[in-house]
Structure formats: structure tokens, C-alpha cells
Design a binder for this molecule. Structure first.
Ligand SMILES: [Zn+2]
Length: 310
């Protein structure tokens, strides 16, 4: 499978997207070094915010990913080697930062609460129902400087809906302050404190909230910073099993096999990139169906080892 069929490429003309001009060798097979997958970062859906994209744009991105052979995956798939993803599909992880209401809005309908069609969850639910072979799920990174998803009396409903329906909740910190500036002795308050805020709503399922997206998209370099995160727990569970930047790079699975790299995984800010500019990279794993059940997986990535609590 080539990840960009010619018909799809022909679609990449002028218009909404700012994709670079097509190159004639784009259909060449991916290089052997291809161990990368895309992780997409969205913020608001609709509205005039600088980081927002329109509902139509999100729907279009899903359509293009689906047609190009991608399959939805989650941060937790990093720990299982993406075994949920069919062998002829390419994993892509969708993430939504901040917990804006436009990501998940509920309204009173004829039969009770309904998800609005134009919010991120509404768009994902409709698309995944229509395309069951695309998988389902996305990660929502919540920060507690605002009411998660905007509707104060529905936090419980929304967080549990996500966990019940194949989505993941991630940690975007207590106050949305950059970890480039917070003193390290306050990190636990900003991260474990954010998980504690979820406890009244999701109870023991706080143990599932172990991935972090760094506010502002940056996290300091250096092993001493990783060590702080590795030892951080909330009621016996790791607080930070992995962490995501917003650096405009692909997530290189070959760099995430040990502790190194797990706190600095690349993501694309989708308000600044076209989906074509992301998926045209030949560094993305190229999925050829395995001919036999025991053939090796077509990527070299191994599952991230779980953190050992010290
Ligand atoms: Zn943010």
C-alpha cells in the first residue's frame, strides 16, 4: 500500500490546505528507517481562536486519513506495540488539548443529553460509526485552569462518557503553566494535583490518566527531568508514563523503546499544518499486510515498557 494514492494527491490542490507541491517520486516505497507515526494536536473546534480549526476541517482531516490508510490509535497503544491496529493500516493518534467546550458539548435533546454534531466528539462519533474499519478513539488532555469542556454540571457525564466509549483522558496540568518555567519541586503539585481533581468524577479510573501533554508544547531537555516524572505517582499509579510536545515532528517509535524519548514525543499543531503536509512524509511507517500470522510486524517499534514504580 502506498499511503498517498494518486487520486488523493490530485485532491491536494489550492484551497484550504497549504500542502507543498507534489513531487514525482512521492509514491516510492517508504525507507526502511520508517518508524514514525503522526500524532495530531487540535485545540478548539470552530470559533475564532488562533489555534482553532473548523468542524469541516476536522471532518476533512478524518476523511483524508481514512482514505490514506490510517487507523485511529491511542497513547495507551504505545505500551502494547499497537497490536490493536490492523496489520495493513498505519496508526495515527488524535489528541485534543485544554478541554474546550467545542471539543465536547452536550445539549438537552428529545431523549436526554445529546452530543452536538459540530463538536470534536460529535464529529468523531459520527465518522467512526460510518467507518468502523477506521477504529475509534482520541486522547483529550485536560487542564484545570478552566472548567473541563465548559459545562460545570456535566463534567462527570463527559469524562465518563469518554472513558466508556474508547477515548482516553490525559493530563494537561493543574494551571496550564509551562514546565519550562515551573520549579521542579512544584511539578508534582501541577501533575498529580491535576489527577486528584479528576478523582471526584472518575474515581479509580484516575489510574488510566497517565499520559501528559505539556502546556505550551515544550518540556525541558535532560535526564534529571525524566527521573522526576518516572518516580511520580498518584495513589499507587504512575502520573506520567509518557508526554507529548507540540514540535511539528513525527513521533519516532524507534526513539521510544526505553525511557529515552517517552516524555518528548512529537506532535503537529493542526491549526498550523495541513493534513497533507503531515502524512506525505515517507518516514511514516508503510504498512504492507503480513502474509503469515508469525511474520514480523512491518515496523521495528517495540512496546514502551511500563514504568516501574520506585
Ligand atoms: Zn494547552
Amino acid at each position: 500500500m502506498t499511503i498517498l494514492p494518486a487520486a488523493l494527491l490530485a485532491f491536494a490542490g489550492p484551497g484550504t490546505y497549504q500542502a507543498a507541491p507534489l513531487t514525482p517520486d512521492l509514491d516510492e516505497p517508504a525507507a526502511f528507517e520508517s518508524d514514525c507515526i503522526p500524532v495530531l494536536c487540535y485545540h478548539g473546534i470552530g470559533g475564532s481562536g488562533a489555534l482553532s480549526v473548523s468542524p469541516e476541517r476536522l471532518r476533512s482531516d478524518l476523511e483524508i486519513l481514512y482514505e490514506a490508510g490510517f487507523h485511529l490509535a491511542l497513547p495507551s497503544d504505545l505500551f502494547t506495540g499497537f497490536t490493536r491496529v490492523p496489520s495493513d493500516r498505519i496508526p495515527v493518534i488524535l489528541t485534543f488539548d485544554d478541554g474546550w467546550e467545542s471539543q465536547f458539548e452536550l445539549v438537552e435533546g428529545r431523549d436526554g443529553l445529546e452530543t452536538t454534531a459540530g463538536c470534536a466528539v460529535g464529529i468523531l462519533e459520527a465518522f467512526c460509526e460510518a467507518h468502523p474499519d477506521f477504529g475509534r478513539g482520541a486522547a483529550f488532555f485536560i487542564s484545570w485552569d478552566k472548567i473541563p469542556f465548559g459545562q460545570a454540571d456535566l463534567i462527570d457525564e463527559k469524562l465518563n462518557f469518554l472513558l466508556d466509549n474508547g477515548y482516553e483522558i490525559g493530563n494537561h496540568s493543574l494551571r496550564h503553566a509551562s514546565f519550562m518555567r515551573i520549579p521542579t519541586d512544584e511539578w508534582e503539585r501541577h501533575l498529580a494535583g491535576a489527577v486528584a481533581k479528576m478523582k471526584p468524577y472518575i474515581g479509580l479510573r484516575t489510574s488510566l490518566v497517565t499520559s501528559v501533554s505539556w502546556p505550551g508544547g515544550r518540556f525541558p531537555e535532560g535526564a534529571r527531568f525524566d527521573e522526576i516524572l518516572e518516580s511520580m505517582t498518584y495513589q499507587g499509579s504512575p502520573v506520567a508514563s509518557c508526554g507529548f510536545l507540540v514540535d511539528g515532528s513525527l513521533l519516532d517509535l524507534s526513539e521510544c523503546t526505553g525511557t529515552d524519548g517517552r516524555y518528548r514525543m512529537g506532535r503537529f499543531d493542526m491549526a498550523r499544518c495541513s493534513i497533507y503536509s503531515v502524512i506525505r512524509s515517507r518516514r511514516i511507517v508503510d504498512r504492507e499486510p503480513r502474509t503469515g500470522l508469525h511474520d514480523p510486524l512491518p515496523w521495528r517499534a517495540r512496546a514502551l515498557p511500563p514504568l516501574r514504580i520506585r
